[in-house]
Design a protein. Sequence first.
Length: 509
Amino acid sequence: MSDYDIAIVGSGFAGSLLAMIARRLGKSVVLLERGKHPRFAIGESTTPLSNLLLEELSVRYGLPNLLPLCKWGTWRKAYPDVACGLKRGFTFYRQQPGRRAPMDLDRQDQLLVAASPNDAIGDTHWYRAEVDSLFVSEARKAGVDYLDEVRLESACQEEDEVRLEATRHGERLDISAGFVVDATGPRGFLHRAFALQELPLPDFPPTEALYTHFTDVRRLDEPGPYPVDDAAVHHIFEGGWIWVLRFGNGITSAGVAATGEVAARFRFGEGAPAWQRLIEQFPTIHRQFAAAIPERPFVHAPRLSFRSGAIAGRRWALLPSAAGFVDPLLSTGFPLTLMGVARLAEIIERDWESARFGPALAAYARHTEDELLATARLIGSLYATMANFPVFVTLTLLYFAAASFSETARRLGKAHLAGSFLLHDNPAFQMRQLLDRARAIRDRAESQALSDDMRRFIEPFNVAGLGDPQRRNWYPAEAEDMLRAASKLGAGRDEVARVLERCGFSGAG
């Protein structure tokens, strides 16, 4: 029998990160992995907010080796052998069956939102096989006990501990821990071991995914406020979307997430033939993948979305990535998970072995579920409007308004202005009415009215010039937008300028 303060199940980056933090806080920690690194995983695209959260955690808990991972430029200098891709923003293209994407002077069939003004401070796509291995290595250096190839068989809750029964290399393994965290993903270990209920996501369609890694994927090389391929590329069509994420090692992550109806029509369960049938519908994508070679078999996820009926108990908790999953659209997984890591870290730091521990875990569960449901409401509405691209763009800007406001507030030391993902608990940013209207749009006039109302709705939070018709769906990252918006954050122009300069943001004078 091995006794630990904390056992963390799952050694993806989030599980390893929380293990490092708990060890820095003086807890004995064991990190348990079913497989063996390096291993394939998706969930690969960061955002400015997620990189900021990682930066905050690295500084607060003394993890300097993780700081270079927060920007593309510092990553390439510190870890040139750990693959990542440059993500300058979010690229969206409308795709229609049988039609090559037209040269659209009004840019009504595209949306390009920059996340950084230059490569040096750009976001990244994580090649998870190598990045997760790096995080595990750092956890072991921090003093975390790491065991891989562990087959967990059961978990038993007792008054003061959770007992885990497992086998490893044919030998029995018994572990007891005062607190267990599940970082194994949707329908993971504790969800199964405790027979937790699975709940639906309200107003969200059943979805499936099909994906793999490729080599020899062509670049689009189209004009934009940044190189459009150096981004999270989204090809939107009725009922689904295709992602394309490039790494610096010549590998490209690509896949499709779509409604059950689309998945059934193309027979996603068949893997590679289904992918070929799908991309043949869209000439631009078909040309992009004409010479592409899958590097591994396709993965079919027949039930993509997930919501656990319980998120925390007396001596256990699910990380957000294990508590629920909505969709890869908009790269929401990283910030949701890192917010959860930060909250659990604070509970371990402040409330361990105190009367506050239980109530703090209950509050963590509420925060996690509320943010999951807020994300599902937005992305469910985006699925409902994929056939009406102007409305899809309008709703997408709600996300970028909330995300850019939250990042800027945190960089100014005003995290209290953005304590929740998508500002869902801010009474002035309640977007449900707009989402409901979007689902019921009947004509172009209603679509324009929604767009006008959206611009008024986000105005108090708009720090990125979003919704400006003169920009025609191209939104570069410009310092002047944030400088003009200083008062929305309770700051002066000079204060914002100093923050921008410190971040390496050009044009902050």
